[in-house]
Design a protein around this ligand. Sequence first.
Ligand code: PLP
Length: 394
Amino acid sequence: MKLSKRVQQLAPSPTLAITAKAKALKQAGHDVIGLGAGEPDFNTPVHILQAAEEAMHKGLTKYTPSSGVVELKQAIIEKFKRDNGLTYEPNQIIVTVGAKHALYNLFQALLDEGDEVIIPAPYWVSYLEQVKLAGGVPVVVEGKEENQFKITPAQLEAAVTDRTKALLLNSPSNPTGMLYTAEELRAIGEVCVKHDILVVSDEIYEHLIYGDEKHVSIASLSDELYQRTVIINGVSKTYSMTGWRIGYAAGPAELIKAMSGLSDHSTSNPTSIAQYAAIAALQGTHEPVAEMKRAFKERRDYVVRRVNAIPGFHCQMPAGAFYAFINIREALNHSGKYANPDEWSAALLEKALVAVVPGSGFGSNDHIRISYATSMEQLEQALDRIEKFVKDQA
Ligand code: PLP
């Protein structure tokens, strides 16, 4: 069968590929430790489960408006006010089937053939593919490691052309965990205002920050930036609700309406009961989130300390999210056995039974990503294995 050019150009997701390989090894009876997953290992908090159950018994199991129920939009509006100091009207909010779907609809609604979207690297794997699926052209700008993987206003300025439609920001970042400060965002925002560029701000990890740094939404920095920013967010990471598939976007009403139109003819509404669960997540107690954060902080500190003790490994302290992005170039060059992190990660999985994600899918040929959204016990074992694997090659 001849498939469309559109799907033929899709790059496979390295995260899903490594997870599938790890699963296959596990099923064959091997004791594999998976550090690839991009999801919290905690259960969804009980009060959220109860809200879904109640919704089911109340018969809230029917179609809802494609862009989400009014009560959830209201809870999202309150969240923006409370957490980000931002004011939105219901027609500026869309609820989607995860944040991924919000991004998908956004690019479909925004881009014409050849329109450019500036994407700082390292980037989350799906951004490039989604832009390409919408006929757009991803323009990758490398966030230098010495600048905590963040791009500078000068780099952004140099990447702008007359086809530039949007800049994609993700802070805290997957895969690096780095966070832009208000000053950095202000300077980047100035370039966007000057060139009339839309800012797509993926803030899905905003609550998962472990030190004193504060997440700042670029939309809150000025009215000009508010007018030209679309915020992408969701409940997957903060509330350990990856499987419920509830995300949302907030921004200019015209754009949100176009995105809703796409949902009308594709997904229709996100699952009704998951929407009611999301209301409980946003409005209920945040104590389970605080507990999860305490565990993530402890694991982050442990992982970074252990990783930096491995010869030829270097890892900066991530401010947030639940990933360590580790430069293994020195170790690769020293042993000379594996040319790149892809080969190294494949060998690690095969020989040491630890699954990590090579950096290639995130736009780096020097790094691997470890997710610390797994138990301390597993992390300890995994790092022992990685350390031994590296030593055996030296
Ligand atoms: N954005 C980033 C940066 C992510 O890491 C993810 C998930 O891995 C998403 C968006 C999508 O989240 P979801 O579709 O589960 O809401």
